[in-house]
Design a binder for this molecule. Sequence first.
Ligand SMILES: [Fe+2]
Ligand SMILES: [Fe+2]
Length: 192
Amino acid sequence: MMALWDTALEAISGRIGEAGLRHSLGVAESAAELAEAYGVDRDEARLAGLLHDWAKDSSNDELLSAAIELGIPVTDVDLAVPYLLHAPVAAAEIRLALPEVSEDVTAAIAAHTYGVVPMQPLDMIVYVADTIEPGRVHEGVEALREAVGQVSLLELFTRAYANSLRHLVETRRRIHPGTIDMWNRLVSGDAR
Ligand SMILES: [Fe+2]
Ligand SMILES: [Fe+2]
């Protein structure tokens, strides 16, 4: 795993800026801590955290053309906010660029914006790590950090999800149909 981490670090360093790399290393660290707290493979979580924003610096045009080329479904909201595609596009590109990366890791990367059903423990860990990594300062982040290990992973994920949904509403952003679907499943106990 060590060698794969080094290869992945080198690959991601060439793709995202300094701030992006700092965020990614923060997510890797938080994901590893969450993995330990919830009995998930630590190295897989750390690697998924490191690589999750692989496609974040791709332009809107690049994301849209990559999605079409890679057979990723593109919704109206993706067309309006192509940034949302950076998760599934990253997963598809990593499968090609770093074939040693496991399917569990790429699946967690694909799920890191609005989730997929069913949410696996690793998927939830990467999602939560993305919102609580040390560089994050948003409202509610401290409460989430304090809840690590105190509540179930599903409950922690639900709280993190509620926070981002609230933020989307408060800042009057568009909400992806996948986000609504995920939320409805979470509150009806149907997310896994
Ligand atoms: Fe992201
Ligand atoms: Fe991120």
